[in-house]
Design a protein around this ligand. Structure first.
Ligand SMILES: C[S@@+](CC[C@H](N)C(=O)[O-])C[C@H]1O[C@@H](n2cnc3c(N)ncnc32)[C@H](O)[C@@H]1O
Length: 265
């Protein structure tokens, strides 16, 4: 019988700071390197900003997109809660001789005012808080960070599709499980399920490294197109355009894997 997973309130500390979610190893996987390159191209195209524009990368992790955008001559600030990831990102910036301002901060506590041309939040780095009001708080803070006409690019999983997929898998008793093996032979097992009560995915991450097993359960709120657009407008954005991926494909509620929003202040 499947074990019931319960996430702790501030699960992101154990996952991202405490080393259960191995973003560094994940980012180094061959297919992820290609994905990062395509994502950076997509971000550039969607934002359509001149070189030197100021971009805030919110939940920047190990700097996959911050560094890619800095390489294309954007002035990037990366914000993340995990010192573990930020240390790695800073070391990579030094190695690549790139200038990025990496700052440790909880995204709910952003205090920039009107100084960025754009903000990005990529790879489902949004919707982690138990209270939906905290998601709104983040979106409002992002809106405040931007210059008038500035854009917020948000790229998350498509809540409508993931809900259907996980609920069907559960009723067919075919749990969705994925595993990754990294260069140092460590392993990550990912076991997501959908919680109707919480309105999002509850995922067990089990990381096995150097003979030790670490585990954390995460929560991510599932946004449909309408709930995301509603949240962004409520946060102060005047216009929101939605796509099915960073390559500007059309969004289909039951087909698209991703939900991408470009919100204009
Ligand atoms: C799935 S990772 C994605 C990282 C990066 N955007 C990428 O695509 O590689 C989510 C990131 O959000 C960060 N994060 C989680 N909660 C946060 C919070 N409250 N404030 C700031 N960053 C947070 C994590 O530390 C992690 O780096």
């Amino acid at each position: 019988m499947a074990r019931k997973s319960v996430y702790t309130k501030e699960w992101w500390n154990a996952a991202f700071q405490g080393g259960v979610y191995p973003l560094t190893q994940l980012a180094a996987l061959k297919d992820q390197v290609g994905l990062t390159r395509r994502e950076v191209q997509g971000i550039k195209k969607l934002l359509n900003l001149p070189k030197g524009s100021k971009i805030l990368d919110l939940g920047c992790g190990v700097g996959r997109h911050s560094l890619g955008l800095a390489r294309h001559s954007y002035d990037v600030t990366g914000v993340d809660i995990s010192n573990t990831f930020l240390r790695y990102a800073r070391a990579r910036a030094r190695k690549m001789k790139l200038q990025v301002n990496f700052i440790r901060k909880d995204m709910r506590l952003l205090s920039f005012k009107g100084q960025f041309d754009a903000a990005i939040n990529i790879f489902t780095s949004f919707g982690y808080f138990p209270q939906k009001s905290d998601d709104l708080r983040v979106a409002r803070k992002v809106c405040k960070c931007l210059k008038p006409g500035g854009k917020f690019l948000l790229e998350i999983f498509n809540g409508t599709k993931i809900q259907k997929l996980l609920v069907n898998a559960n009723s067919n008793r075919e749990p969705v499980r994925r595993w990754y093996e990294f260069a140092d032979r460590s392993l990550l097992l990912e076991h997501p399920s959908y919680s109707k009560r919480l309105g999002g995915t509850v995922t067990r991450w089990i990381y096995i490294t150097k003979g030790k097993r670490k585990e954390v359960t995460s929560f991510t709120r599932a946004y449909s197109k309408s709930s995301l657009v509603h949240l962004l407008k409520n946060a102060g954005f005047r216009q929101v355009t939605v796509y099915g991926d960073l390559e500007c494909s059309r969004y289909y509620p039951h087909k698209s894997n991703r939900l991408v929003a470009v919100a204009t202040k």
